[in-house]
Design a protein around this ligand. Sequence first.
Ligand SMILES: Cc1cc2nc3c(=O)[nH]c(=O)nc-3n(C[C@H](O)[C@H](O)[C@H](O)COP(=O)(O)OP(=O)(O)OC[C@H]3O[C@@H](n4cnc5c(N)ncnc54)[C@H](O)[C@@H]3O)c2cc1C
Length: 400
Amino acid sequence: MKTCDFLIIGGGIIGLTLAREWLRRHPKSKVVVLEKEANSVAHGTGRNSGVVHSGIYYAEGSLRARLCVSGSQKMLDYVDDHQLWIDRCGKLLVPPTESSLGSMDVLLERGVANGVEIHKVTGQEAMELEPRVNAQFDQALYVPITSVVNPKEVAERVRKDVVGSGGVIHYSTPALAIGSRRGTVQTSMGTFEAGAVINAAGLFADQVAARAGLKTQYSFQPFKGKYWKHTDPEFVMQRLVYPVPDLNLPFLGVHTAHNQAGDVYFGPSSTPVIGRENYQGLQGVTLRDGLSLSASLIWKFLKNTNGLRTLSMREMKLMRLEGVCDELSKIVTGVEPKNLARSLAKVGIRSQIFDAKTQHLVNDFVVVPDERIIHILNAISPAFTASFAFAEYILDTYQQ
Ligand SMILES: Cc1cc2nc3c(=O)[nH]c(=O)nc-3n(C[C@H](O)[C@H](O)[C@H](O)COP(=O)(O)OP(=O)(O)OC[C@H]3O[C@@H](n4cnc5c(N)ncnc54)[C@H](O)[C@@H]3O)c2cc1C
């Protein structure tokens, strides 16, 4: 039996920031992170857009709003303190259709309520901020604080902090079972016994919770996010450009993204899939998940739960490059099918859960403590942005 004070299942950004925060508070204690992959960036942490979100989308008072707003500032400070790459580019939200104009005021109100600097600008002002913007309705929202970082670089820096402070990260070591005795977790390396255990297993958090005996009203519903790359190296974007989203649908819509190398991407899509790590073809689809997710998807599609039927129609359009360009042309100019290439490497899956009681996709982060483990469920976007604040919140709330 191996012993430690604090054990974290999952070594993505949530697990890493938790380990770092615990070691800051208890420098002499023994912290262990179990990660089933050979590194920390195989899933959500290494496959996101790298956007440090501001917090304008989320309902006032929600965990997502609070942790995004405080987390973005902590992320920006961390990146500055460690001299990591950042583009403080700001973000424009452009109405893609006439019917989305009303949502601009809702977002403006939410942004102000959440304490985020946000401005309504004219089409001319939007074009001065980003010449490639399509300002067809002569108005846009501008959020100066939104930035882009390199999520793999951030995760690597946090990993070094953890290891440098004496934390131990066991890669290629999945948590196989949760013991019935408090704080015990079985792995291929043997059994660990910890004073406290946190489940930060991302796409598998619900399964780890189920293995620990937790019964909830939640089920898992993964959504794949594909990206397309602009192939012309001369095509650069000075700002992020997002559509004003349809507030009846769960995702933000296809937007621009750029990285440290200056590559411009568009995405991510939001395709419901039947596997947790289903990045390509049938990769990551198990018989059990495949059957249960297919059945629940058909049901949700028929009932149009959370606008899933509408969303699926939009996703079908994105199967053709012409359809992707058509969506993008509502917010940016100069994107043609001949300049677009589907990115096979850049594809991520959202660890989204569904609530059987409300019959809705869950719109907030969910933390469920039980007698033995604290489970972090639904670490959806912007959990990367929020991660430093999320770690502080978990330890403040559950580990006094
Ligand atoms: C397409 C896409 C774009 C996004 N864009 C943004 C963005 O721009 N900004 C933003 O803030 N957020 C964004 N997000 C969300 C963000 O990526 C996630 O919220 C964040 O990465 C969650 O971190 P995590 O540590 O919970 O998950 P992960 O990085 O998935 O880490 C969980 C880890 O647990 C491990 N694990 C699973 N089961 C076990 C087990 N049994 N034992 C041991 N280890 C296990 C996994 O291997 C994994 O490494 C995006 C997400 C997607 C999918």
